[in-house]
Each structure stands twice: as structure tokens, then as C-alpha cells.
Design a protein around this ligand. Structure first.
Ligand code: C2O
Ligand code: CU
Length: 466
């Protein structure tokens, strides 16, 4: 067709470059388990201490086939670190890997010197104690390694764990909160396995973002979940290197979106689909008692099954009427009129694909400070995903050390699901967003694309907060 070939020659700039490997549907063979809650080494009033060890182990993703994997305090992924607002936390970090690593607390508002960016390396065999005070509202956060340029590889091999922050939010007490019963973490990842069912990062690696054909939930391939047929809270983390999910249920049912990266939304929002870019968290409440039949599938936009969910009838199931849930006031995140008026004083331009990715035209330099900001002072950042002549790619922009508010998306008010605190915002090619950024601690922090291969290819910078 003449018209089409002419168009493709003249104008490729509308193309969204996407080398994502298609995902296979889960065969529902393996019941998922939930990470253990990490036991403190000691607790004394508001003081708590933990030990977290990064280690190399083996995991049989398929029966009879052990593959080399990394894990925190285990063979794959990590435990849930439960912290309370106001707590003084000590963590002993231990590197039992045969390579350098760092321990980064994604979404946690901590001083720069304990944030675990690429300059805070622990060598093989090294240990280090860090401490910080928790001073942010309830949220589902996570931790993962950040060594440059090996973040993608170490996360892919299994290093990722959850952090739960709890506070005294009275209204949130009405939400399901029995861990492993009606309050369930779902860690989504995708990987590829070779003919011997081994993980091989070098083979799977793609400079545009490594995606795999096999979906995993909480580290299980062909996952399934069995739950009480009642109200269930799902805390979903996209811990994939690069895959973006558009999650929904295959019966089209609606559910309540209650929290995003940095904590609760002001009110639950009825939705039938959520988008999740790498590193984003979303918490949803699903009333399975309304489903006809004995199961429903959590699916991706293309209908591929991420997680089949089967029901058992149980008297323990948490019942709360829909009305009550949807009117809960969970939070009070507001963009002030002043913040709305403020001009952007920082600009961040994300551009490129593959190895040619840049931020503000530059690649990461461990010796360069790219931006500076004063502590406790709000600035407006404008983030742009700049299209090239060949179109562009989705870039999930992530900022360390703080939770920001989204002021606008392409000049318009952000959709409700972006009106809570966030630490990552995904931009399509050509998109521009404004965010209000305030740091409560000093130090040097990272900002980067959370497509981990883009990050490793230098799509990252430093901000110095003083
Ligand atoms: Cu999830 Cu710079 O990290
Ligand atoms: Cu990117």
C-alpha cells in the first residue's frame, strides 16, 4: 500500500518503540506463597533492628531443575520488612554475593547516605550498619540492589523485597489487614527460562528493557492463588525489569483502587483496570463474594492470565459492605493553590532508546552532580519524555528519597489514581508532567528511568539536597 509506506518513511515519530516479549498465560499449577515477615533482631520501645543478607542460592522454578538465583535472607526475593511510623530502625546489611551490591530502599524517605544508591557499594563479604527514623505515612514500598550498571541483572536474578510502613490511620483499620489471609502481596515479574529451565540474564538481556515470556507472582511460575470468597486487599508491586502491565479481571469486574506508591489515595476509586509501570505499587480491594463461579483470572491487557484466583468459602472471610469502603476517607493529599501556580524550576528530559538513552542529553556520571535543591523547600519539576525522529519509548521516571505530588499531566489535572503520593511516574513518548518535589532529608539522591536496562545504560542522574 503506497500510502502506508509513504507514511512510514516520512513520519515515524508517532511510533512507540516496544520490544516487549509476549507473555504466556499462567497454567495455574503452583499455589503462590507469601514472603515471611522479617523478624527483628531486637525491639526496644521505638527502636528496632534487623539483618538483611544478600546471598546466592538455587531455586527450582520447575520441578527437578535448580537454577542459580539471588535472594535476601533466602533463595529468591526477600522478606517483608514491616516498619512503623516513628520507629528508629537499624539494619545490618550483609553482602554474601560474589559481587558488589547496594541496598536501596525504594520509596523510603531516608537521608542520602543510607539510601543505597550506586555509590554505596558493599563488596563481597562486607557488612554495614545503617540507621534511620521512619517518618512517612503507611505505604507499600520495596527494596532492591542498585549497583551501576548491574541493577537489572541483580533484580532479575531475584533481589527484591517488600517494605510495609504502618501508621495510626484510624479509617484504614477498616480495611482487610490479615497478612496472608485477606491482605496479600503480589510481586509481579517476568523472566525467560532456557531449555534446561535456567535463568540466564545475559541471554535474556535487552537494552530496551529485559522482558521474559514467563510471568511470575511471588517468585512462582504458572502461579495460582486460592482465597476466601470475600473482600481481599491485594498489594501489587511491579518488580519487573521493564514490563508495563495493564491489569484487570477477565469477568470485567470493578474493584477499589486504594493506594499507590507513597500510600493511600484520599478515597477509594472504582476502576476496572490499573496500569503498572516497573517499580510502581498499587493496592486494590476486590470483593470476590460478588463473583459468579469458583474462580476469576487476573489478566493483562491482552487477556493473558497473570494469576488465576480460586475461591474457598470461609466464615473467616472479611466482609464489609461496598458502601462503607467507597466512602472511607483514607488520606488528605492536596496540591495547594500556590503549588499549582509555581513555575517549574527543574527540567528533566528523558530521551532515547536502547544504549542511546539520556537524561537532559547526558549519561550517568558517578562524579557529576546534575541538580541541586534545598531541603524542606518545594520545587516544581517538569519531566518530559521527548520523542525522537523514530518515535520513542515509555520511560518510568523515579526519584529517590521522597514522595512527590503530581501537579499536571500534559497540562491537565492528573487522573485520580495519580493524586496520591508517588515516587515513580510513567511517561509515554511526547508526554510532559509536572510534579511538586520536597525533600525532608539532605544528601545525594538518584533520579532515573526505572526500566532497569535504561538505568544501567546511563539514564540516571544525581541530585544534591543541602
Ligand atoms: Cu527502585 Cu533507583 O530505584
Ligand atoms: Cu527508560
Amino acid at each position: 500500500d503506497m500510502n502506508q509506506s509513504n507514511k512510514s518513511k516520512e513520519d515515524m515519530s508517532d511510533m512507540v518503540h516496544d520490544s516487549t516479549v509476549p507473555l504466556k498465560s499462567s497454567k495455574g499449577k503452583n499455589e503462590i506463597t507469601f514472603p515471611k515477615i522479617l523478624k527483628p533482631d531486637s525491639v526496644d520501645g521505638h527502636h528496632v533492628s534487623y539483618t538483611i543478607t544478600a546471598q546466592q542460592r538455587k531455586t527450582a522454578f520447575y520441578p527437578g531443575h535448580k537454577s542459580d538465583t539471588f535472594g535476601y535472607n533466602g533463595n529468591l526475593l526477600g522478606p517483608v520488612v514491616k516498619l512503623k511510623k516513628g520507629q528508629n530502625v537499624k539494619i545490618k546489611l550483609v553482602n554474601h554475593l560474589n559481587e558488589d551490591t547496594t541496598f536501596h530502599w525504594h520509596g523510603l524517605e531516608v537521608p542520602g547516605d543510607v539510601d543505597g544508591g550506586p555509590d554505596q557499594v558493599l563488596k563481597p563479604g562486607e557488612e554495614k550498619n545503617i540507621s534511620f527514623k521512619v517518618n512517612q505515612p503507611a505505604a507499600t514500598l520495596w527494596f532492591h540492589p542498585h549497583p551501576s550498571p548491574h541493577t537489572g541483572e541483580q533484580v532479575y536474578k531475584g533481589l527484591a523485597g517488600l517494605i510495609y510502613i504502618e501508621d495510626n490511620n484510624k479509617n484504614a483499620e477498616k480495611l482487610p489487614h490479615e497478612y496472608g489471609v485477606n491482605d496479600l502481596p503480589l510481586i509481579l515479574q517476568d523472566k525467560s527460562f532456557d531449555s534446561n529451565k535456567q535463568l540466564d540474564y545475559e541471554k535474556a538481556k535487552n537494552d530496551d528493557g529485559t522482558t521474559g515470556n514467563t510471568g511470575l507472582v511471588n517468585g512462582k511460575v504458572d502461579p495460582k492463588l486460592t482465597v476466601n470468597k470475600g473482600l481481599v486487599r491485594l498489594r501489587i508491586l511491579n518488580a519487573s525489569n521493564a514490563r508495563v502491565y495493564h491489569l484487570k479481571f477477565d469477568n470485567g469486574m470493578k474493584f477499589d483502587h486504594i493506594a499507590s506508591d507513597g500510600g493511600y489515595l484520599n478515597k477509594p476509586k472504582k476502576v476496572s483496570e490499573i496500569q503498572m509501570a516497573p517499580s510502581e505499587r498499587n493496592e486494590i480491594l476486590v470483593d470476590f463474594s460478588k463473583v459468579k463461579g469458583d474462580h476469576v483470572n487476573l489478566v493483562n491487557e491482552d487477556g493473558k492470565v497473570i494469576l488465576p484466583i480460586h475461591f474457598i468459602d470461609s466464615h473467616q472471610s472479611f466482609q464489609a459492605s461496598d458502601e462503607k469502603i467507597s466512602t472511607l476517607n483514607l488520606n488528605n493529599v492536596k496540591v495547594s493553590p500556590k503549588e499549582k501556580e509555581m513555575k517549574a524550576t527543574k527540567k528533566v528530559v528523558l530521551a532515547g532508546m536502547g544504549q542511546n538513552v539520556t537524561i537532559n542529553g547526558k549519561k550517568f556520571d558517578k562524579n557529576r552532580i546534575d541538580l541541586k535543591q534545598k531541603v524542606n523547600k518545594t520545587e516544581i519539576w517538569e519531566i518530559e519524555n521527548k520523542k525522537g525522529a523514530m518515535g520513542g519509548m515509555v520511560h518510568p521516571f523515579h526519584l529517590h528519597g521522597t514522595q512527590f505530588k503530581v501537579i499536571s499531566v500534559d497540562g491537565k489535572n492528573p487522573p485520580e489514581e495519580m493524586q496520591g503520593y508517588k515516587d515513580t511516574i510513567s511517561l509515554n513518548p511526547g508526554q510532559k508532567v509536572k510534579i511538586a518535589v520536597r525533600f525532608n532529608h539532605k544528601g545525594i539522591y538518584m533520579f532515573h528511568c526505572h526500566n532497569l536496562e535504561h538505568e544501567d545504560n546511563g539514564m540516571m542522574g544525581h541530585i544534591k539536597v543541602s
